[in-house]
Write a new protein. Structure first.
Length: 341
């Protein structure tokens, strides 16, 4: 068969990294990204971009660990290269603090991040309301620069990118051989996935250049993540709320919570408020499906539903999606050679 034509729907961190993995592994493919929004208008642009995994209850832990490890290794290499600044990737050390000792003192990802250890008494003195803590170094993406860097890499490998809203995956069957669905929360409407729901998150991006260490409350709600240019203060987790409008009461609440962890933030300047909808699901939907109408078939690979942890696992799930695209190509090649016999 001729070079397989692959359409990737979605240009958030999942769509762009999936398109890149497909282009890197399938040199004979022609890859196109179709999306109604690109950076800076995706959920991925709003994210804090720290590599601390969120747990997906419906996905085996060893699989989640593998996705995280692959993502960490990939970004660690970038952070150690001359590309680091343009890609917005850097290593950041800090503390995760708990009011009560957690049941699981060693999370599954503790040997993937660097230098994981319990906090010392001297470190804990900084947090009088907390009794236990973990210190480690992890990676942080400045999200809009990272998305632009991915777009640049895609263009360099010959991937086309078009602004287009896809109403139904089937509409692509006459133009493409394989479709990859990376529509994030958009998959709720695009494929009618009722198991996918938004978890609204509001964050503040502030100028506080003295903040060099991250601080995260173990409940996951309050966090301070320094990036290369700005510090992200969070956050909220509001299940099933679709509103993208910032709420001023929430802004004050986030700011107060972060200042109680790090009082120097009272001096932060230039506060910008962002809202995004985490595409949440019991497990990431990473699977093949074959759509069929009137005897015509369209292989689809789904890769969406990364919830609160898309940055932490994106490269691992992108590699798996690219492998599934490889299986679809093998199946198409098998059926076209059988047809010739
Ligand atoms: P998106 O970025 O939403 O991209 C989906 C793409 O699909 C968009 O380009 C959209 O335009 C396109 N699309 C949708 N429907 C259609 C359609 N019908 N036709 C064409 N195109 C379509 N994760 C972490 O790992 N670490 C963090 O620190 C972190 N912090 C976060 C903080 C907040 C406040 C929020 C909201 C999220 C955070 N996340 C974090 C989670 C992370 O942002 C998401 O998991 C990730 O961005 C999901 O990426 P995505 O590419 O699937 O979705």
């Amino acid at each position: 068969m001729a070079a397989p034509k692959v359409a990737v729907v979605g240009a958030g961190v999942v769509g762009l990294s999936t398109a890149l993995c497909i282009a890197e592994t399938c040199h004979s493919c022609s890859v196109t990204v179709l999306s109604d929004q690109f950076s800076p208008n995706t959920t991925s642009d709003v994210a804090a971009g720290i590599l601390i995994p969120h747990t997906y209850p419906g996905t085996p832990i060893h699989v989640q660990k593998q996705w995280f490890k692959e993502t960490f290794t990939y970004l660690f290499a970038i952070s150690n290269s001359a590309e680091a600044s343009e890609a917005g990737i850097h290593l950041v050390s800090g503390w995760q603090v708990f009011k009560n000792t957690p049941k699981e003192e060693l999370p599954f990802w503790s040997d993937v991040v660097l230098g994981f250890r319990p906090m010392s008494e001297a470190e804990l003195q900084k947090f009088p309301q907390h009794r236990f803590g973990q210190a480690f170094a992890t990676l942080k993406c400045d999200c809009p620069p990272y998305l632009l860097w991915l777009e640049k890499r895609l263009k360099a490998t010959g991937v086309q990118m078009y602004t287009r809203k896809v109403a139904d995956l089937w509409e692509l069957h006459s133009e493409y051989n394989i479709v990859v669905n990376c529509a994030g929360i958009g998959a709720h409407q695009l494929v009618g996935d009722e198991k996918l729901f938004p978890v609204r998150g509001q964050v503040l991006k502030v100028h506080a250049p003295w903040m060099k260490h991250f601080i995260r409350d173990g409940d996951g709600l309050t966090y301070i993540y320094p990036g290369i240019h700005r510090v992200t203060l969070g956050g909220t987790r509001e299940k099933e709320i679709w509103s993208l409008s910032p709420d001023s009461g929430t802004t004050k609440d986030i700011f107060d919570r972060c200042c109680s962890l790090e009082p120097s933030l009272r001096g932060a300047q230039d506060i910008k408020v962002k809202v995004g909808l985490r595409p949440s699901r019991w497990c990431v939907r990473l699977q093949r499906e074959v759509l069929s109408q009137g005897g015509v078939k369209l292989p689809v690979v789904h890769n969406y539903g990364h919830g609160a942890g898309g940055f932490s696992v994106h490269r691992g799930t992108a590699k798996e999606a690219a492998r599934l695209v490889g299986e679809c190509i093998a199946a198409l090649q098998g059926s076209s050679s059988r047809a010739k016999l």
